[in-house]
Design a protein around this ligand. Sequence first.
Ligand SMILES: Cc1cc2nc3c(=O)[nH]c(=O)nc-3n(C[C@H](O)[C@H](O)[C@H](O)COP(=O)(O)OP(=O)(O)OC[C@H]3O[C@@H](n4cnc5c(N)ncnc54)[C@H](O)[C@@H]3O)c2cc1C
Ligand code: SF4
Length: 340
Amino acid sequence: MLRLPKFSVLHPSSVAEAMQQMEDSQGQGRFLAGGTDLHPNMKHRLLEPKQLIALAGIEELHGISFADDGSCRIGAMTSLHEVATHPRLQSSYPALCQAAGLVSGPQLRHMGTLGGNVMLDTRCQWYNQSYFWRQALGFCMKKDGSKCHVVEGGSKCVAAASNDTAPALMTLQAELEWAQANGQSRMPIANLWQADGIWNKKVAPKELLVAIHLPAPSAHHFGAYGKLRDRGSIDFPLFGLAVTLDCNTDKTILSAGLCAVALQARPWPLKKAEALLVGTRLGDESFLAAVEQVAALASKQCRPMPNIPGDHEYRQAMVPVYTRHTLFAAAENRGPVHLL
Ligand SMILES: Cc1cc2nc3c(=O)[nH]c(=O)nc-3n(C[C@H](O)[C@H](O)[C@H](O)COP(=O)(O)OP(=O)(O)OC[C@H]3O[C@@H](n4cnc5c(N)ncnc54)[C@H](O)[C@@H]3O)c2cc1C
Ligand code: SF4
């Protein structure tokens, strides 16, 4: 049995109190949301914070609300279950709800939060292991060691972003609201990531994600999420793809969003593929031809590595398959795509 290291827990009731407690912890603190990733990582001695700052009691971090202009605010502590099952979110932002609904299994979606999913650590089959296992292998660059087992001689960790909601939030052009020691700020989610598997975010762990803001969807918005995984539940993505399509009244695509996950350290937007879809009309020959081109391009641009479990050649072969299916699911207002 793996045991947790010793730690204490604080229960702030406001963002200001939480930030002060983080400051006082002098680098030993970590925010605790649902704990569904943090606790396993602590058991594996990947993280050993002395002080957990539990966010559950801070009211402003909870809930989903819509402004008069149709834009949406989701508190960082809102559970994945709430996100996945909220009727207005489902009709406004289908790709996000489908992605949230495919995270892990029901219990973990009730405990796990959207904020915790955005802030999820990168994953690697050589890293997400017990201390004993990692020690037997001589550790690795991400924790306790100096070499990489995925890229021999590599100087950069390529552990994979594996958070299902991240690509959906990228295609929806979400903005993230932060509390920092010196005040509050907002940033587009696209600016959050960096290509470093050791820490793939440009904000420090001591900064608090307060809320996720989504712009109002267009009148004719379509979206879907496709997730390759071994089983129908519990598993992290072996490949994930979010698709959004914004159309005019005759279903001609005005703009498209495609973003993949479970490849490398950051979610991977497929910008050239997006451009191929613009101007085509859902259901027309032009759309069918563009889907084939996009699938071929995705296959070239998405190169799964042996960083996460699952045969990477199989994952590679499934990239065009999931790309096609997810595009059709979005166009036909259905989804999610998994277990083909
Ligand atoms: C068996 C299993 C299967 C899983 N399958 C999936 C899966 O398929 N897809 C997937 O995406 N995830 C999966 N997960 C991971 C996890 O359940 C989810 O990612 C979940 O959304 C994490 O949210 P949480 O609230 O539990 O975060 P926590 O575990 O509490 O926190 C995760 C990290 O985020 C930080 N953090 C949390 N909230 C904030 C905040 N507001 N501001 C700043 N930092 C914050 C924490 O300090 C910690 O570093 C799985 C986990 C398990 C154990
Ligand atoms: S990619 Fe994996 S093995 Fe390589 S340094 Fe990162 S966690 Fe370690």
